[in-house]
Write a new protein. Structure first.
Length: 195
């Protein structure tokens, strides 16, 4: 006889607003997937240099209960993110495409104290607090922001540093607009020759 009852599974809606409040306190699991444009991710959108119709992130989520020997089963969540956006290249100061692909796994704990005490050496799991109003959209935004490069750059050789570019422009402008003034003695010498 099977002592582990099969829990109901709910498919999450794809509307961003619905992802702001998910009840994790009920005995059920969740699955879902969709696409989030930058407009649905206001904190991520603030980082964007420009917006392209292709910019945004595919997401997929699955929660499940993982049994612990001699203890209560813990709720875990797999999150998969894949997408792109444009950031400012710190080499040339022009927009550059940045691609993100992350698959973090989370474990839900009863309170903040347990989450704070969760062992840091367990890199595979990130602790979150179980809530009846869990903000999945906020968690998605957090993970995207954490995976963006600190110093975005085009691939090596794909752009020219802004300092070199502006330095070349400056020297060109100086050559065209500023000429050395004529020596006043040469002007006098030329005037004397004309007399």
């Amino acid at each position: 006889m099977n002592r582990n009852p099969v829990l109901p599974s709910l498919t999450l809606p794809t509307e961003p607003k619905a992802l702001r409040s998910i009840d994790l306190m009920v005995s059920q699991t969740y699955t879902g997937h969709g696409f989030l444009a930058l407009d649905a991710l206001p904190r991520v959108a603030l980082e964007a240099a420009t917006r392209s119709p292709d910019d945004g992130f595919d997401w997929a989520v699955e929660t499940f209960f993982d049994g612990i020997v001699g203890g209560e089963p813990r709720l875990k969540m797999n999150l998969n993110l894949k997408g792109q956006m444009h950031l400012i290249c710190q080499r040339c100061m022009q927009p550059c495409l940045v691609e993100v692909e992350e698959s973090p796994q989370f474990v839900f704990l009863a309170n903040e104290a347990l989450a704070d005490a969760f062992p840091m050496e367990d890199d595979a799991l990130e602790p979150l607090v179980m809530d009846s109003q869990f903000d999945l959209l906020g968690t998605i935004e957090d993970e995207i922001l954490l995976s963006l490069p600190l110093i975005p750059k085009h691939p090596e050789g794909a752009c020219e540093p802004a300092a070199l570019r502006s330095g070349a422009d400056d020297s060109m402008n100086q050559d065209e607009t500023t000429k050395k003034p004529d020596n006043p003695f040469n002007i006098l010498k030329n005037m004397k020759k004309k007399e």
